[in-house]
Structure formats: structure tokens, C-alpha cells
Design a protein around this ligand. Structure first.
Ligand code: NAD
Length: 369
């Protein structure tokens, strides 16, 4: 019988894995885990905010099915993606005599997923890894695609790997403990998926914005599944970001990252930066004659309905100079020219390297000052 909670199956060089989303899925984590035919001991990595209640629910659900489940709790937040903490987890695994074939389960947001995945990729040259994302950003983005990493003092995600999980198992009900701002910034990535690749998904956002912000269970679960399916399809086609397909997911990220980085990640949440970045890219695409004004307007309206920012005017600590500098350090450059992801219409994106510098400058000024 087909699995009604299955959002997609990711295909990769080493095999495939299911991406699943359900409301209340955590209660059945033990059954889901047994389907993966892994050894009967699991190591849950979670953070201090997520441990109660979700880490605990996950642990009990596994134990109910006879799976030994140990928990390692990290401090919440981006600074936890570091080598020292990874080493602390390695030592914990050694103390518990963790063996090949036993799984690491990441229960948490993208920070937990990236760090736990990094540990899974490296401990004993690789333990099976299961993603149980609990933030919106982790569900629709970070948990799917196998990018795992830790940060260095010099920059984010500088050391990592492509290491695909055995499954992504998302319980959408966990999102009900996120604040409104966290929920909205997560939806920004899902809206982006509609904008770049799926007109119907974008129209669903237009139809149901308020219900989605209220996290209406059935609708939210369905839309998260669709959004996960887009990420899954993209990474299945371009596992290692070499074919120019995965880069489309970076829509809004050139300016977005620069805004985040230039303010030391303290002013904007990631999805907020992306929302402003999408507005910048939208305006440039319109001025280059790629899209009509109507597309820019629809994009702006949907972001506003999700209470997302559409510019950075009046935000203290944002400097045009620093944003320019951060943009010039961006990874998405090729021989010095920035590769801009731009819309051709709602549901279709392309990459352009011929954006005139004066247009970029004019757009940044409009967004910031
Ligand atoms: N691997 C990838 O492809 C990929 C993609 C995008 C982002 N990322 C990474 O993901 C990280 C950002 O992810 P994030 O936004 O989930 O950050 P996060 O993991 O720091 O989570 C944000 C906050 O929400 C809390 N939280 C998580 N789930 C919760 C819940 N259900 N209820 C209440 N609070 C909850 C966390 O404790 C944390 O305080 C960054 O490190 C980024 O680099 C990775």
C-alpha cells in the first residue's frame, strides 16, 4: 500500500531514501525506524529546546519498539555547529560503544541536523543517519539533500560533506511550538520553492496564507510535503551542486546572505534575509525585462501576508558598504561574476551572470537606504 505520508523519494549515487511528513509522526517513530532495517540501538542528538518534549517523545517511541535510544543534548543555536561539540559527541559515542550500523538520529532544527550529520558522516567512517527535523527551515530545506557541516571561526559551513540520510521523518505538529516569526521565516523557503519551480504551489500559498500562518494541520502538512518534494527533486537531479540545478534553490540568497553576514547574523533570520533578497532579485529581473511588474507585485504581496520583510530600510546596523563587501565574498561567484538566480515567471527560475553592476548597486540602495 502506498505510504500516505510519503512526500518524495530522493535518488542519489548511493541509493535512495524516503522523505516523509505527517502530523503526529513522532509517536510512531519506532515503527518508522524499524522499516529502515537498522540495528536496534540509536543515538539521538537534539538541543536543549527540542529535548522536551520532542527528544523525549522520540526516545520513548523508539523504546516502545524495543530500540535502545540514548540522547545527547547540545546547547541551542548556531554556535553549537563546532568541532569541539562534534568531538564531545564522538567521545560520548565511544563511551557507549557505538558500532557500525547503529544510527544517529537528529531531532531538531538545521543546527542539530548539520552537526549530527557531520558526526554521522565521520564517526567510524560513517554511521547510518536519520533526520527528524522539527523547525520549518529544517523540514523544507536543511534535512533534505545530505549537506552536513560544522562552522569555523572564519565562516559558516566551511567543513562538511555530502552525506545522505537513510530517511527524513518530519512531524509537522512539532512546528506548533515555534514563534510566529520563526514560522514565517521557515515559510519563506517554502514560498521560494513555489516561486522557482512550482506555480501551483505558489498559488496554494496565495489561497491559504492565513491558514498556513495559523498552522492548520492538514493544509500545512500537505504544503510542507510538496515543498519537501521540490527540494527532493532538485537534489536528486544535482546531488553535489555541479549541474547548475541545485543552485536555483539559492533564489534570494545572494542579497539575503549578505544581509545576514554583514550584520553578524544578529538582525535577520535566514528566511527574512531570503525574503528581502528575493525582492531584490525580482526588481532586477523586472528591470532587465525578464518578468513583468505583476510578478514582482505578487511576490511582494505573498511575503507581506506572511509578515516577512520586503526591504531592510530603517533596520539599525545595516550598512550598504558591508553588504557590498559580504556579497563579494559570496560562494556563488564564478570567476568573479555573481551568479544571480532570477525568475522568468512564477514557477520558473534561471541563472544569470550578466546583471549590470549599476543595477545591483541601484537595487541595493533601494532595499537598504
Ligand atoms: N544542510 C543544509 O542543506 C542546510 C540548508 C539550510 C540551512 N542549514 C543550516 O540550518 C541551520 C538553521 O536551521 P534552523 O533555522 O532550524 O536553526 P536552529 O536549528 O538553530 O533552530 C532554530 C531555533 O528553533 C529551535 N527549535 C527547533 N525546533 C523547534 C520546535 N519545534 N519548537 C520550538 N523551538 C524549536 C531551536 O532550538 C533553535 O533555538 C543553519 O546552521 C544553516 O546553516 C543547512
Amino acid at each position: 500500500m502506498p505510504d500516505p505520508e510519503l512526500a518524495a523519494t530522493v535518488q542519489h549515487s548511493g541509493g535512495s531514501y524516503p522523505v516523509v511528513a505527517g502530523w503526529g509522526l513522532l509517536e510512531n517513530l519506532g515503527d518508522r525506524f524499524l522499516e529502515l532495517e537498522l540495528k536496534n540501538t540509536a543515538y539521538i542528538i537534539t538541543d536543549e529546546n527540542v529535548m522536551r518534549p520532542y527528544g523525549r517523545i522520540a526516545q520513548r517511541a523508539l523504546q516502545k519498539r524495543g530500540i535502545a535510544a540514548h540522547c545527547f543534548i547540545i546547547p541551542q543555536g548556531e554556535p553549537s555547529k563546532n568541532f569541539e561539540l562534534a568531538q564531545g559527541i564522538y567521545q560520548w559515542l565511544v563511551s557507549l560503544k557505538a558500532e557500525r550500523g547503529q544510527a544517529i538520529i537528529a531531532v531538531g532544527g538545521g543546527v542539530v541536523g548539520d552537526l549530527a550529520g557531520f558526526v554521522a558522516a565521520t564517526f567510524l567512517r560513517g554511521l547510518p543517519f536519520v533526520q527528524v527535523p522539527t523547525s520549518m527551515a529544517a523540514m523544507v530545506d536543511a534535512s533534505v539533500g545530505g549537506k552536513v557541516a560544522v562552522n569555523l571561526p572564519q565562516g559558516k559551513n566551511l567543513v562538511g560533506a555530502f552525506y545522505q540520510p537513510r530517511a527524513v521523518l518530519a512531524d509537522v505538529a512539532t512546528l506548533s511550538t515555534l514563534g510566529k516569526r520563526e514560522l514565517a521565516e521557515g515559510w519563506a523557503e517554502a514560498i521560494k520553492h513555489g516561486l522557482i519551480l512550482d506555480t501551483d504551489l505558489f498559488e496554494l500559498f496565495e489561497e491559504h496564507a492565513e491558514d498556513l500562518m495559523a498552522l492548520e494541520p492538514e493544509l500545512s502538512t500537505e504544503i510542507i510535503r510538496r515543498s519537501m518534494a521540490i527540494k527532493a527533486a532538485v537534489v536528486s537531479q544535482d546531488e553535489r551542486e555541479t549541474l547548475g540545478i541545485r543552485i536555483l534553490l539559492n533564489y534570494g540568497h545572494t542579497i539575503g546572505h549578505a544581509l545576514e553576514a554583514s550584520t553578524d547574523y544578529g538582525r535577520f533570520m535566514h528566511g527574512e534575509g531570503v525574503a528581502i533578497g528575493m525582492m531584490g532579485a525580482g526588481r532586477m529581473a523586472q528591470r532587465m525585462g525578464l518578468i513583468p511588474q505583476e510578478v514582482v507585485d505578487r511576490q511582494r504581496q505573498i511575503l507581506q501576508r506572511f509578515s516577512l520583510p520586503i526591504d531592510a530600510k530603517g533596520v539599525s546596523g545595516v550598512s550598504l558598504d558591508q553588504v557590498r563587501q559580504a556579497m563579494s565574498l559570496d560562494k556563488k561567484t564564478d570567476g568573479g561574476a555573481i551568479r544571480w538566480v532570477m525568475l522568468e515567471k512564477i514557477g520558473k527560475a534561471t541563472v544569470r551572470q550578466d546583471v549590470p553592476p549599476e543595477l545591483v548597486e541601484e537595487t541595493l540602495r533601494e532595499l537598504i537606504s
